[in-house]
Ligand binder design. Structure first.
Ligand code: ATP
Ligand code: MG
Ligand code: MG
Length: 550
C-alpha cells in the first residue's frame, strides 16, 4: 500500500521500541464485550490493534470483556470470532476476562489488605450524592473507616452470596477530593446474582470495567492498550490500580472512535433495530455490522482499506459513508465479473430476426482485468428483455438509447433501430419492436454505422429469473442519534426496494455466495445467504457511481 506518515500511536510504539521498552515486544489486544455483533467501528479498532502488531512484529490477543453477565451471550462470542477472522486477522490467544475472576478477586483482597479498598453499604444514590461535584470534594461516609478485617470478612460474604443485589459494593479508597471524579472511590465490585455464559453460577459478584480491564491487560502483559477517547478520564484510575498492585505496567492510549453518517453504531441501538424488527437481523445488509456488510457484498479488503484511509486521530469527527462505498467500488471494479441483468424489464422484439433462431455471443468477464479475465457465452434470440428506461417514447435530443427511429447497440451483439411500440390500457409500454442490422455484429461490424449508446439485454427464452434487493441508507438524517426524539423516528422507509422478478443472463445461475458480480450499468451485486437454486436472490452492494442525492 501507499506510503503514509506514521499515526500518533505508531509514533509511540516506535519510540518505545527505540528505547528498548518491553525488550522490543509489542502485544495489543482487541477487547469486545460479547453483548452484540461487531460493527464497522469495531473494524477500526481491529485494524488498528492487529495492524499495529503486524507492522511491528508483535501479536494481538482476542479478549472477551465478559464481566457483565446479563447482556452477554455465546452467540455473540461466536459471531465476533467469525468476523475478526473474516476481516483477515489471526489472534495469538483467545482469552476471557471471566477467566481472570479468581485472580481479580485476589487482587481485590490484596487492595483491602493494603487499606486501599472497602465495602460500602450505601445505595447507588447515596454514593453518587457523597461523591461531591467537580467543584466540591466528596464527603465520604462511615464505611470508609471500616477495618481491614471487617472488609475482608464482608467481601468474602459478598462473594459467598450472603447479600442481595445492590446491598453492598466494594470500592477503591483513592481520593474523595480528586478533580478527576473517576478517582473518588470508584466501585470495584457489585453484587449481581446472575448466570454467566461461561462461569455459570460460580459468581454473584462481578468486577466493574475499571477493575477488570487494566488488570486483564496487565495479566496478559499487554504493552499498548488502545481504547476510544471516552476512556481518557479513566486512564488515571487504570494507572492507579496497576501501581498499587505492582503488576505489569500496561499503558492505555486513546484514539477517536469512528462515527459514520446515516447510521447508528451503538450496540444497544442496533439491538433495538433487530429486536423491534426494523431490520432482518444483525446481518441485515443495511446494518453497519461486519456481518451486514458481508451479506451486502463488502469484501474484507475494502473494509481494511476504508480503515486505513480514515486513519487514526485524537479528535472525533464524522466520516461520510460514501468513503466506504468508494472503497468497495474500487475493489470490485478490479475483481467482479460483468454480467447482464435486466431489473425493470420490457419486451423487445426484433421483427427481422428469424423466428426460432438462436445465436451465441460472448463477452469478457472483466475488461478491467488483464486479458479480460476470460469470457463467458450467452444466447441471443428474437425476443429480448431490456430495461424500460432504455426506451423513450418521445426521445429528447441528448437521448442516445432506443426510440422509434433511433439506433443503439445491444451489448456484445447487434445494432438495432426502434420501429414501433404497443401500450396497455393504462398507457404502459408492453412491447417494443425493432429491426437489427445483420452486418453490425460486435467484433465483426461492417455496417459502417456508429452509434453512441450501448444497452444491456437478456434473451427472453433463455433468461433466468431472480429477486433483486436494492438498498438505500437506513436513516434519512446524517446523525440520527443527535436528532430530537427517538433515533428510530428517522429510519428511512425506502431503505429496501425488492424487485421480485428480474431477468438475468443464464450464467448467473452459477453465481457463488461471497463472489461479487457487476450487473452492467446497474451496480455490484452478491448472492444473498438465503438464495437457493430455485429462487435466486441478489443483494446490491453498491451502485456503480456515487449517485446518492443529498
Ligand atoms: P458500543 O458503544 O457499540 O456498545 P463498545 O465500545 O461498548 O461499543 P466493545 O465491545 O466494548 O463495544 O468494543 C470493543 C473495542 O472496540 C473497544 O476497544 C472499543 O473502544 C472499540 N470500539 C467500539 N466502537 C468503536 C468505534 N465506533 N470506533 C472505534 N473503535 C470502537
Ligand atoms: Mg466497551
Ligand atoms: Mg458497550
Amino acid at each position: 500500500s501507499e506510503e503514509r506518515s506514521l499515526n500518533f500511536i505508531e509514533e509511540i510504539v516506535e519510540e518505545d521500541l527505540a528505547n528498548g521498552k518491553h525488550a522490543g515486544r509489542v502485544l495489543t489486544r482487541f477487547p469486545p464485550e460479547p453483548n452484540g455483533y461487531l460493527h464497522i467501528g469495531h473494524a477500526k479498532s481491529i485494524c488498528l490493534n492487529f495492524g499495529l502488531a503486524q507492522k511491528y512484529n508483535g501479536k494481538t490477543n482476542l479478549r472477551f470483556d465478559d464481566t457483565n453477565p446479563v447482556k452477554e451471550d455465546v452467540e455473540y462470542v461466536d459471531s465476533i470470532k467469525e468476523d475478526v477472522k473474516w476481516l483477515g486477522f489471526e489472534w495469538a490467544q483467545e482469552l476471557y476476562a471471566s477467566d481472570y475472576f479468581d485472580k481479580l478477586y485476589d487482587f481485590a483482597v490484596e487492595l483491602i489488605k493494603k487499606g486501599l479498598a472497602y465495602v460500602d453499604d450505601s445505595t447507588a444514590e447515596e454514593i453518587a450524592a457523597q461523591k461531591g461535584t467537580p467543584t466540591e470534594p466528596g464527603t465520604g461516609n462511615e464505611y470508609r473507616n471500616r477495618s481491614v478485617e471487617e472488609n475482608l470478612q464482608l467481601f468474602a460474604d459478598m462473594k459467598a452470596g450472603k447479600y442481595a443485589d445492590g446491598e453492598k459494593v466494594l470500592r477503591a479508597k483513592v481520593d474523595l477530593a480528586s478533580p478527576n471524579m473517576h478517582l473518588r472511590d470508584p466501585l470495584m465490585y457489585r453484587i449481581k446474582h446472575a448466570h454467566h455464559h461461561r462461569t455459570g453460577d460460580k459468581w454473584c459478584i462481578y468486577p466493574m470495567y475499571d477493575f477488570a480491564h487494566g488488570q486483564s491487560d496487565a495479566i496478559e502483559e499487554i504493552t499498548h492498550s488502545l481504547c476510544t477517547l471516552e476512556f481518557v478520564p479513566h486512564r488515571q484510575l487504570y494507572e492507579w490500580f496497576i501501581e498499587q498492585l505492582e503488576i505489569f505496567p500496561s499503558k492505555q492510549y486513546e484514539f477517536a472512535r469512528l462515527n459514520l453518517n446515516y447510521t447508528v453504531m451503538s450496540k444497544r441501538k442496533l439491538l433495538q433495530l433487530v429486536e423491534e424488527g426494523h431490520v432482518d437481523g444483525w446481518d441485515d445488509p443495511r446494518m453497519p455490522t461486519i456481518s451486514g456488510l458481508r451479506r451486502r457484498g463488502y469484501t474484507p479488503a475494502s473494509i481494511r482499506e476504508f480503515c486505513e484511509r480514515i486513519g487514526v486521530a485524537k479528535r472525533e469527527n464524522m466520516i461520510d459513508v460514501s468513503l466506504l462505498e468508494f472503497c468497495i467500488r474500487e475493489d470490485l471494479n478490479k475483481t467482479a465479473w460483468r454480467r447482464m441483468a435486466v431489473l425493470d424489464p420490457v419486451k423487445l422484439i426484433i421483427d427481422n430476426y428469424p423466428d426460432g433462431q438462436t445465436e451465441t455471443f460472448s463477452g469478457e468477464n472483466n475488461p478491467e482485468a488483464e486479458g479480460g479475465d476470460g469470457s463467458r457465452e450467452f444466447p441471443f434470440s428474437k425476443e429480448l428483455w431490456i430495461e424500460r428506461d432504455d426506451f423513450m417514447e418521445a426521445p429528447t435530443k441528448k437521448y442516445f438509447r432506443l426510440g422509434v427511429g433511433l439506433m443503439v447497440r445491444l451489448k456484445n451483439a447487434y445494432i438495432i433501430k426502434g420501429e414501433s411500440f404497443t401500450k396497455d390500457a393504462e398507457g404502459n409500454i408492453t412491447e417494443i419492436h425493432c429491426s437489427y442490422l445483420p452486418e453490425s455484429k460486435s467484433g465483426n461490424d461492417t455496417s459502417g454505422i456508429n452509434v453512441k449508446g450501448t444497452i444491456h439485454w437478456v434473451s427472453a427464452q433463455h433468461a433466468k429469473t431472480a429477486e433483486i434487493r436494492l438498498y438505500d441508507r437506513l436513516f434519512k438524517v446524517e446523525d440520527p442519534s443527535n436528532e430530537e426524539g427517538d433515533f428510530k423516528d428517522y429510519i428511512n422507509p425506502d431503505s429496501l426496494q425488492i424487485i421480485s422478478t428480474a431477468y438475468i443472463e443464464p450464467d448467473l445461475a452459477n453465481a457463488v455466495a461471497g463472489t461479487p458480480v457487476q450487473f452492467m450499468r446497474k451496480g455490484y451485486f452478491t448472492l444473498d445467504k438465503n438464495s437457493t437454486p430455485d429462487k435466486l436472490v441478489f443483494n446490491r452492494t453498491v451502485t456503480l457511481k456515487d449517485s446518492w442525492a443529498k
